[in-house]
Design a protein around this ligand. Structure first.
Ligand code: GLU
Length: 476
């Protein structure tokens, strides 16, 4: 049986984010005072509320932090974990601000946290906790379509979001935009197709884009493309599972998978779907067919590979294990998985770190699409799908009659349709991930003193926020 190791934090997570911020800030030209305003958290709401569980009452500790109000609403997930604390929620809220800025999503950053281990509660108890937490947010105006819009994060998903929207609706019966108070909802309750896999798909698009450039790939001793690359994923939650699946489908070899209590490796490759089903049935990856069980769950981070994707929690690669990490690319699917000390060790080894504030922004990007859908009260693609399809159909007919040749069935299948919601979400996400990476690379190319992608990403994000503060005129 694999042992579960909890790595101890070296520093405050929020201080780590400030470290990244301060390092990047030296490359941003602005009026004194603006950077100081950006770095802090604007509002921190700490709640303790009683819930009736297991025949008695339990006091639950929870938070919502709004990091920046330079754009509204603020946006960010809600985490259910027994490790939740104020410092963590502040750090995650700050990361959301930079993330939204990088992908041009017009929101400030926020984050919520409820300090519970969701595995210890029944569904009914979780519903009670979620609804009570939501009413606490409503009480103090920390939720609303134009105020602050939560979403899923570690330990939460569609189910929790549906409880949140239902609770909010009960208090805002006359608000026609009430559905936009939270994203990541089930499709039947105002959600959008593609949101569930969005973060994992964004991770895939981002790394694929990095490796699409021959110069960038060659510098790592790799060829372009995903096919044949060895990949390790830590975390088989919503983000890790989908990321692994997209890499697998693109021909990558998944040589290692890890969960909170177990980890396995197989040089011949693991099918993530089989691993996911196995984990669901056995609550462990130990014993997965054809795989070697690793001694500790965190050992998966040390499996040799081309691409390592930590997709669980922060602080996973730290000064204790960084020197043993054997990968060419670390793709930060989780928020804050590499500490600043570990980053120095990895950069010295010429490992490329594709930073969280860019790489996992696919989730909030599609959340933005969901929010737009809720506010416009129309499904994406509804107005133009049939028109597009007719246009494509006519064009194919015209090509056939003017050339006298028939297009193949495959070509007709590919072209003879209009864009549906899922097509638009995927293409909007793909465009966002490609464009944002190239913006970050441009920042790096424009300033030779910036030598790593995280600094370039922070500079890109901060520069855009500075502009909106200057436009707001809060510093006359
Ligand atoms: N929790 C996700 C994140 O960390 C998604 C946030 C959102 O969609 O608002 O980016």
């Amino acid at each position: 049986m694999a042992k579960k190791l909890d790595l101890q934090r070296e520093n405050s997570f929020f201080d780590d984010v400030l470290k990244y911020f301060d390092h990047a800030a030296q490359f941003v030209k602005t009026t004194p005072g603006i950077l100081e305003q950006i770095r802090h958290c604007n509002s921190v709401y700490r709640i303790k509320f009683p819930v009736k569980v297991k025949g008695g009452y339990e006091v639950v500790e929870a938070y919502r932090v709004e990091h920046s109000h330079h754009k509204l609403p603020t946006k960010g997930g809600i985490r259910y974990s027994e490790h939740v604390n104020q410092d963590e929620v502040m750090a995650l809220a700050a990361l959301m601000t930079y993330k939204c800025s990088i992908v041009d999503v017009p929101f400030g950053g926020a984050k919520g946290g409820v300090k519970i281990n969701p595995r210890k509660y029944s569904e009914e108890e979780l519903e009670r906790i979620t609804r009570r937490y939501t009413s606490e947010l409503i009480k103090k105006n920390f939720i609303g379509p134009g105020i602050d819009v939560p979403a899923p994060d570690y330990g939460t998903g569609e189910r929790e979001m549906s409880w949140i929207v239902d609770t909010y609706n009960t208090f805002h019966m006359n608000d026609i935009n009430a559905l936009a108070c939270v994203t990541g909802k089930p499709v039947g309750q105002g959600g959008i197709r593609g949101r569930k896999e969005a973060t994992g798909l964004g991770v895939f698009y981002g790394i694929r884009q990095y490796l699409s450039d021959a110069g960038r790939a060659k510098a790592l001793g790799l060829t372009t493309g995903i096919k044949g690359k060895t990949v390790v994923v830590q975390g088989l939650g919503n983000v890790g599972y989908h990321a692994a699946k997209f890499f697998y489908e693109a021909g990558a070899i998944i040589v290692g998978l890890g969960e909170w209590n177990s980890a396995v490796t197989n040089t011949k490759g693991i099918n993530p779907e089989e691993a996911f089903n196995y984990f669901k049935a056995h609550s462990t990856l130990d014993g997965l067919k054809g795989c070697k069980t690793l001694k500790n769950n965190t050992d998966v981070l040390e499996v040799e590979c081309d691409i390592l994707i930590p997709a669980a929690l922060e602080n996973q690669i730290n000064k204790e294990n960084a020197s043993r990490v054997k990968t060419k690319i670390v793709g930060e699917a989780a928020n804050g998985p590499v500490t600043p000390e570990a980053e120095q060790v990895l950069l010295k080894k010429k490992t490329v770190i594709i930073p969280d504030i860019y790489l996992n922004a696919g989730g909030v990007t599609v959340s933005y699409f969901e929010w737009l859908k809720n506010l416009s009260h129309v499904r994406l693609g509804r107005m133009e799908k049939r028109y597009q399809q007719a246009q494509n159909h006519n064009l194919l007919d015209a090509i056939e009659s003017s050339t006298g040749k028939k297009v193949t069935t495959a070509q007709r299948k590919m072209l003879d349709h209009g864009a549906d919601e899922i097509d638009l979400v995927y293409s909007g996400l793909e465009e966002t991930m490609i464009d944002s990476l190239e913006q970050i690379i441009k920042t790096m190319n424009d300033n030779k003193k910036i030598t790593d992608l995280r600094t370039a990403a922070f500079v890109t994000a901060i520069s855009k926020i500075v502009v909106s503060y200057e436009k707001l005129g809060v510093f006359p």
